[in-house]
Design a protein around this ligand. Structure first.
Ligand SMILES: NC(=O)c1ccc[n+]([C@@H]2O[C@H](COP(=O)([O-])OP(=O)(O)OC[C@H]3O[C@@H](n4cnc5c(N)ncnc54)[C@H](O)[C@@H]3O)[C@@H](O)[C@H]2O)c1
Length: 327
């Protein structure tokens, strides 16, 4: 295996010394780069003779792929793979492996944290405390009314790894659930003990909606002016999935007009969002910087899982998860 060359195009870890040691133990040549903003020519030069390319955010375009001599696998560091031209790679006979299972607990925890933050109006509560402290008497106007979360209806759109964890973790909170996932198998529904409903039922009847679908043609702008208008004016929307599933403009118009009560957003069309992002100015929004995936544990886990994929590659085994160009 001494002839195998693994090239990392870019990485978010402080360093890749652990990976370098593991590669050395296996006799694999290992090169790392930080090419996120580099011209295509540099990406080509760095990856041209790699057997395996590991990519975080660098665009792996058709032009890049066309210059590769011997690549047999691309590993995308993370869940989404929109920076990788999967079709071009498929046509070149190179599978794209991705890592969808390193941070489901964290994203579910974040979605739940956001749901509770809006139900208990945590951000507004701090403003109320600061104002009351400054004036020397309580003024709760900024946080009333609040409603008991137990007994309210939580809509979950997409009940895969993350959505089902949200469901399982929140069962003990006493929510009623409306779950929409037309692709869930009968066996999985039985396992979870759930029934599913259609999307409109979720939008019309939920007090909270949390989205956990992949980004596909079908889910792009799933939340739009029409579906927002179906929601209760007291309802909250949580999106930790992917930015383009929510029509930001429609949400920015709905929120100040009381169409819904509030939104909690971790993911954006353009990342990071520009300073003129329309939701920055709104008080009934909680925004977090696409960090739902993050914990020290998840950061360690993804490195272990990528190493596992390299070992599978070296052993001639297929990747555990292969990206689909229809997605
Ligand atoms: N914010 C973050 O840091 C972060 C981290 C990891 C994952 N994510 C995102 O979270 C989302 C969910 O990830 P996952 O690992 O649970 O995915 P998953 O593939 O395990 O589950 C997705 C579920 O959505 C269902 N689905 C597909 N189309 C649907 C539709 N039109 N309506 C309703 N349900 C539909 C599928 O049947 C599946 O059960 C993805 O968009 C992923 O990119 C975000």
């Amino acid at each position: 295996m001494s002839s195998v060359k693994v090239v990392v195009t870019d990485f978010i870890e402080p360093d890749l010394e652990w990976e370098a040691k593991e590669m050395a133990r296996r006799g694999v040549e290992f090169q790392t780069h930080q090419l996120k903003f580099a011209p295509t020519s540099e990406v080509i030069a760095a990856t041209r003779d790699a057997d395996l390319v590991i990519v975080n955010m660098v665009p792996i375009t058709r032009e890049v792929v066309s210059q590769w001599d011997r690549c047999r696998l691309v590993i995308r560091h993370g869940v989404g793979y929109d920076n990788v031209d999967v079709r071009a790679l498929q046509q070149a006979g190179i599978p794209v492996c991705y890592i969808p299972d390193y941070c489901a607990e964290e994203v579910a925890e974040q979605a739940i944290a956001l749901l509770i933050a809006c139900g208990r109006k945590l951000v507004a509560s701090r403003r109320v405390l600061d104002c009351s402290s400054a004036q020397g008497s309580w003024d709760f106007a900024g946080v009333v009314p609040m409603f008991r979360m137990a007994g309210q209806t939580l809509g979950i759109i997409g009940c895969g790894r993350i959505g089902s964890l949200v469901y399982r973790k929140l069962k003990s909170f006493g929510f009623e659930f409306l779950i929409c996932d037309p692709y869930l198998s009968e066996e999985r529904k039985r396992e979870l003990g759930i029934e599913v409903v259609d999307q409109e039922t979720v939008f019309r009847n939920s007090d909270y909606i949390t989205i956990h679908t992949p980004l596909t043609a079908e889910t792009r702008k799933l939340v739009n002016a029409r579906t927002l208008a179906m929601m209760k004016p007291t309802a909250y929307l949580v999106n930790t999935a992917r930015g383009p599933m929510v029509d930001t403009q429609a949400l920015a118009e709905a929120l100040p007009n009381g169409v819904i009560a509030g939104a909690e957003i971790d993911v954006f069309d353009v990342e990071p969002p520009r300073p003129d992002f329309p939701l920055f100015a709104l008080p009934n929004v909680i925004l977090t910087p696409h960090l739902s995936w993050y914990s020290e544990d998840a950061g360690r886990r993804i490195r272990e899982l990528i190493l596992l994929e390299i070992d599978r590659f070296l052993a001639g085994e297929p990747p555990r998860y292969i990206a689909d160009c229809a997605a």
